[in-house]
Design a protein around this ligand. Structure first.
Ligand code: ADP
Ligand code: MG
Length: 660
């Protein structure tokens, strides 16, 4: 039965200078099942070229090459992949085993490409390995085998799909004479079992064993002789169940497994790379947690001061620092009162703002450090400490804001818990001398400490609280008057509070409490910082992407041979692409995991540092930052992997296999 029919076949290789090199000219041959054909000829005569054409690795030729009635010249790529996978098995001189896979996995690889279930695959592969006498090496890596053993593995791999045609390009070229004999015997048995075996050889000894010898010279057939003395072996019972997976392709799981295998062989390289990517990933997580940390911090600060019956009002200012000291003139307070009252009456509210329920407050932030300080004595020694801020106790405060003691009245002050650092545990009742400079008005008083205020978020700095009336009195004693910075309106119920708060929020003249303004300042600050950090993280992510691209690109070059082999055993472009895309996916995943670990470690370190320096840590993690990190890392590495994977998938199998 004619298996292969070659008619008027020409193969021309294009050369750089627009010329062509005719590697095969006018080949006319037919091959039959059960033949053991030797193709002989000088090096460069075109033997490998012919084998590659028959094997469907190269379909650019003129003439006809018909296998089982199909002309390979006209076959679309997909059909050609299928043809290689199911109809032919390749055996090479240099074995071309995939070094990072075990013997068993190498043999199985063609079935893996067909997504054959693990159990069946292993069973078939072990059967073949047993048949070839190397079942005990199944778990070894190719590098741990001798040449003859490697070639048996390669033959097992070629046979696993039960192809009709075995193409062996100098299969004994790298073997000693005794091993050559054994391999030859195996190939003969395969032919005698009914397959067509075509083998390229240099050795007379080898060709003399074959049933037919074809000699090529300069791309032309010069002789084609049948060996009359050829004696067929008895056909061995072929217990190979005929197994053809027609439609199945390399599964995602297998692609991932192959990718993982390769990554495992290059552990150090991959871990180092993942570490590089992880640094950018973790800095991104830190950046996000810093942003949310500041927001959380501010929300805490603001919620510390909410009282359902108090509406704080301050003057709006574009500049945070100047708005901290926006003084209210009496005219401005009247105009606020009028405005609010007309708004309230429009909304049919009974409530009106009056002197009774409009309270004044004063806040001073001592940024320069020389506007406010206290003198206190410890062990009869007078010490001075500057105050970070001076507040008049806001009407929003109640008993729950006190750690101990009472609200301060005349000649009294309260501190936040920082005072314990200066005076020890017992502070209530002790005396300090306080100095404040309010816009040039200097106030100096000896006061008692009446209590300690809980301002958890400001524990790292010293703040003092005084009663507004007391502060005003001190200023009046200097023949000056105190201009308030904060206005509070005490409402009758929560409805009124909400109504007024909403009005103030939407007003362009006023804004809410000093805490709300602080919140605005922080969010502005954190936005600026976040943008700066985002740019840095973005740059480092780009660097990571380039790094992944480089490593994958190198990996593709290193594995050119492997890609050629995979194509020879029927891998589609898609399959090759999937293997590399899987690898970039795994790199992304690994980087994300390392990155998350790094971010947790640095989160801990930064929290400790911030706590030591500021008394609080503006850092909070959200679970979805990790999801973002994983998605981003995988996305980046998969994007970086696109180019190398597509390059790999487009590699010409013949060229890849020729590569040393
Ligand atoms: P053999 O296997 O018989 O040693 P080949 O089939 O490998 O020879 O090569 C046949 C001829 O074709 C050689 O002269 C070789 O230089 C040429 N050749 C092979 N591949 C290419 C190619 N990709 N481009 C140009 N010439 C090629
Ligand atoms: Mg050759």
């Amino acid at each position: 039965m004619t298996k292969i029919e070659i008619k008027n076949l020409f193969k021309k290789y294009p050369l750089d200078n627009k010329e062509e090199f005719t590697a095969l000219s006018n080949i006319n041959l037919s091959f039959h099942q059960g033949e053991l054909v030797a193709i002989v000829g000088e090096s460069g005569s075109g033997k490998s070229t012919l084998m590659n054409l028959i094997g469907g690795l190269d379909s650019k030729f003129e003439g006809d090459l018909i296998v089982d009635g199909l002309n390979l010249r006209d076959l679309p790529d997909k059909q050609l992949d299928k043809y290689r996978k199911n109809k032919v098995g390749f055996v090479f001189q240099s074995f071309n085993l995939i070094s990072h896979l075990s013997v068993l996995d190498n043999v199985c690889s063609a079935l893996t490409l067909s997504n054959v279930p693990e159990k069946i695959k292993t069973k078939k592969a072990l059967e073949l390995l047993t048949k070839l006498g190397i079942e005990k090496y199944a778990k070894r890596k190719p590098t741990q085998l001798s040449g003859g053993q490697k070639q048996r593995v390669a033959i097992a791999r070629a046979l696993i799909n039960d192809p009709d045609i075995i193409l062996a390009d100098e299969p004994t070229g790298s073997l000693d004479s005794k091993t050559t004999q054994q391999i030859l015997e195996i190939l003969k048995q395969i032919a005698d079992d009914g397959k067509l075996v075509i083998m390229v050889t240099h050795s007379e000894k080898v060709s003399s064993v074959c049933s037919r010898v074809i000699e090529i010279f300069d791309g032309q057939i010069v002789s084609d002789t049948k060996n009359k003395n050829y004696k067929k072996n008895r056909k061995k019972k072929n217990n190979n169940e005929h197994f053809k997976a027609e439609k199945q392709h390399l599964s995602l799981k297998s692609a991932l497994k192959l990718a993982f295998h390769n990554m495992w062989t290059n552990k150090i390289k991959n871990i180092l790379m993942a570490f590089g990517v992880a640094i950018s990933i973790s800095s991104m997580i830190l950046m996000l947690s810093f942003g949310s940390g500041l927001t959380d911090y501010v929300t805490n600060v603001a919620s510390d001061y909410t009282n359902p019956l108090v509406v704080p009002v301050s003057k709006k200012s574009d500049n945070m620092i100047s708005s901290l000291s926006s003084y209210w003139t009496e005219e401005e307070i009247s105009s606020l009162t009028e405005e609010l009252n007309s708004f309230l009456s429009k909304n049919n509210e009974e409530f009106t703002v009056s002197d009774e329920n409009l309270k004044r407050g004063f806040t001073m932030i001592n940024l320069t450090g020389n506007l406010a300080s206290i003198d206190y004595s410890v062990d009869n020694e007078i010490k001075t400490q500057s105050l970070f801020c001076l507040y008049t106790t806001p009407p929003t405060y109640n008993e729950t804001n006190l750690i101990e003691g009472n609200f301060s009245g005349e000649n009294e002050v309260m501190f936040n818990s920082y005072i314990y650092n200066l005076l020890g545990d017992e502070v209530v009742g002790k005396q300090v001398d306080i100095y404040v400079n309010i816009a040039g008005i200097e106030v100096k008083k000896t006061v008692d400490i009446s209590g300690v205020v809980n301002t958890s978020t400001f524990d790292g700095i010293l703040c003092v609280y005084v009663d507004y009336d007391f502060l005003e009195k001190c200023v009046i004693e200097q023949n000056k008057s105190l201009t308030p910075t904060d206005i509070y309106i005490i409402t009758g119920n929560e409805n009124q509070t909400n109504l007024l708060k909403n009005y103030i929020k939407t007003s362009d003249k006023y804004s809410g409490s000093m805490e709300e303004r602080l919140a605005d300042m922080f969010s502005e600050m954190s936005n600026t910082i976040s943008i700066a950090l985002a740019v840095i993280a973005g740059i480092s992510l780009i660097v990571s992407a380039i790094m992944i691209l480089t490593v994958l690109y190198m990996s593709v070059s290193e594995r050119t041979k492997e890609i050629g082999v995979l194509k020879a055993i029927g891998a589609r472009r898609r399959d090759i692409k999937n293997i590399f895309v899987s690898e970039s996916f795994l790199i992304g995943l690994l980087s994300a995991v390392v990155g998350i670990c790094l971010s947790l470690i640095s989160f801990g370190i930064f929290s400790i540092l911030f706590n030591a320096l500021l008394g609080f840590a503006p850092l909070s993690l959200r679970w979805y930052y990790f999801v973002i990190a994983i998605l981003l890392s995988v996305l980046i590495s998969m994007l970086s992997g696109l180019y190398p994977s597509s390059k790999a998938s487009k590699m010409d199998p013949v060229e890849s296999l020729r590569r040393e």
